[in-house]
Design a protein around this ligand. Structure first.
Ligand code: BTN
Length: 242
């Protein structure tokens, strides 16, 4: 796999999307930046990352059309590839907060932004962007739930080998057609634990996450027994208003 290192770029996802579109690449390519100046998060948010302290990188995987009818399966594979990369580092309480935040000990250490590459009506590949907080120990006051590997484990890590391992794991996982749904559920944050939630319209309730639907919605069993499905950004944990 070609791995490109940049000293600075607005967004590694945007860089890679443009590269792939111009070069008509079909193989896997990975790019990471020491400084990402305009990092993008999901749902139009910004991804803030201190230069030289964290992992900000993206992987293009061509010929991943087997996932085009269910992008959430691809999302699951990517999350599990990140778990595979981080598990050897002995990070405590590593979990996936639906749909794809990476948490340790109830705080966010990473996030994923997946962008399909479409040619005509076909998805010809996908750009998977990963932001992982590695060595940064102080975070903006606007990010009270952010943490890093160093804050938690006290170990200082080199970004480059971590990205190489992540890129390899992501490319391998996305190429697999078989999805390990069970493992995703095993590492799902707060699964089967009673939690307080708030819906988009301001209603508070208590319930338990019981799973994720095939289409990628969160299944929550309310304390009155009702089972409801929620789309991204329609529900927040009251204790984790990210
Ligand atoms: C999220 O949690 O909202 C997703 C964050 C994804 C951030 C990564 S950093 C590398 C890649 N380039 C971007 O502009 N975003 C992703």
């Amino acid at each position: 796999m070609l791995i490109i290192k940049l000293s600075a770029t607005p967004s590694t996802n945007s860089f890679l999307k443009q590269w792939v579109q111009e070069s008509k690449a079909h193989e896997s390519i990975a790019v990471w930046a020491e400084h990402q100046t305009e990092g993008r998060g999901r749902m139009g948010t910004k991804w803030l990352s201190k230069a030289n302290f964290n992992l900000t990188g993206s992987v293009y995987i061509g010929n991943s059309a087997h996932h085009q009818n269910n992008i959430f399966n691809l999302n699951k594979q990517v999350c599990l590839a990140i778990m595979d990369t981080l598990e050897p580092l002995k990070i405590p309480e590593l979990r996936i907060k639906w749909p794809n935040d990476i948490l340790s000990a109830n705080k966010k250490i990473g996030g994923v932004l997946i962008e399909p590459i479409i040619r005509g009506t076909q998805m010809t590949g996908v750009v998977v962007g990963c932001g992982i907080n590695v060595n940064q120990e102080k975070f903006d006051a606007s990010l009270p739930f952010a943490t890093s590997i160093k804050s938690i484990t006290k170990q200082n890590l080199e970004i480059e080998p971590l990205f190489e391992s992540l890129a390899k794991n992501v490319a391998t996982a996305v190429r697999l057609e078989q999805v390990d749904h069970e493992r995703y559920l095993d590492v799902l944050y707060k699964k089967n634990e009673l939690c307080s939630f708030k819906t988009k319209d301001g209603t508070s309730f208590q319930g338990k996450i019981s799973g994720v639907s095939t289409g990628g919605k969160l299944i929550v069993t309310h304390d009155n027994g009702d089972r409801k499905l929620y789309k991204e950004k329609t529900l927040v944990f009251t204790a984790f208003q990210h």
